[in-house]
Design a protein around this ligand. Sequence first.
Ligand SMILES: Nc1nc2c(c(=O)[nH]1)N[C@H]1C(S)=C(S)[C@@H](COP(=O)(O)O)O[C@H]1N2
Ligand SMILES: [Mo]
Length: 256
Amino acid sequence: MIESKKGTVQRVRLEPAQQLELENIQRRHFLRAGLTVGAMSMLTGCNLQDGDQVDKVLWAMSRWNDRVQAWLFSGQKLAPTFSRAQITTPFPFNAFYSQDDIPEVDLASYSLAVSGRVRNKAPWTLESLRNLPLRSDITRLICVEGWSAIGQWGGVPLKSFLERIGADTTAKFVGFKCADHYYSSLDMPTALHPQTLLALDYGDVALPPEYGYPLRVRVPTKLGFKNPKHVVEIFVSNDNPGGYWEDQGYNWFSGI
Ligand SMILES: Nc1nc2c(c(=O)[nH]1)N[C@H]1C(S)=C(S)[C@@H](COP(=O)(O)O)O[C@H]1N2
Ligand SMILES: [Mo]
C-alpha cells in the first residue's frame, strides 16, 4: 500500500512493457501540452508574475489541447483486449477516499436519472438496463498515479443507451454524476465508442461496491479517472461538464 494525494491505493507492480507503455502515454500527454512556460509568455505577452493571467492562459491552452485531441481521436479505434488469464487479481481499488468510505448504494431505491438534451427523461432501473443488449470486454484500466490493471467489465454499450433515450448525439458532451459526488464527462465520439460501457458486472458477477456498484462507466480509451463509479445520473449537454479531477487541472480529454 502506498499513500497518495488521492488517499491509500494498492500498488500494482508493472511489468517492464507496461511501465514503458505508461511512460509513453505520459510523454505523449506532456508533448501534447506542447509549449514551455517561457515560450508561452512570449506568445501571449503575459507577465508570469501574474498568477491569474498565467492560469487563464494555461486553462485556455488545455481546452485547446482537448479540442485537438478530440479531433485526432478516430472514435472507432479499439482499445487492446486481453485474455482471461491476463486479468489482474485482486483488481486494485482507487477513489478520492479510502476503502472504508465506499458509498453504500441501496438497490431498492436506486434508479439512474437521465437529463439534458434527450427525448425520454424517464429514470431507469437496473433491471430495465439489463434488458438492453449487453457486451463484455477484458481491457486495461490505467490510472495517472502510475498503475494499470486488466479486468473484465460487462454491461450496456453507452451508445445503445443513448439511442434508447433519444439523446441528441450531435451534442458535444455526456456528463455523469455519482453517489459519492464524484463527476466526470466524455466527448460524444468517445461516448459512442463501441467499447464504452455502462458496466453492471465485474467478471461474471454484479459490480462489487469497491468497483462502483451498481453502475460504473467503463471507458478503455480513457485514463482511469474518466471511468466514474456509482453513477446516479447521465446527462447530455453542449456545455463541458468537467470532472472531479479534470477541474483540478488533470487534462480533460485524457485519451490513451
Ligand atoms: N465515483 C467515483 N468514481 C471514480 C473515482 C472516485 O473517486 N469516485 N476514482 C476514479 C479513479 S482516479 C480511478 S483510477 C478509477 C479506479 O477504479 P477501480 O476502483 O475500479 O480500480 O475509478 C475512477 N472513478
Ligand atoms: Mo485514477
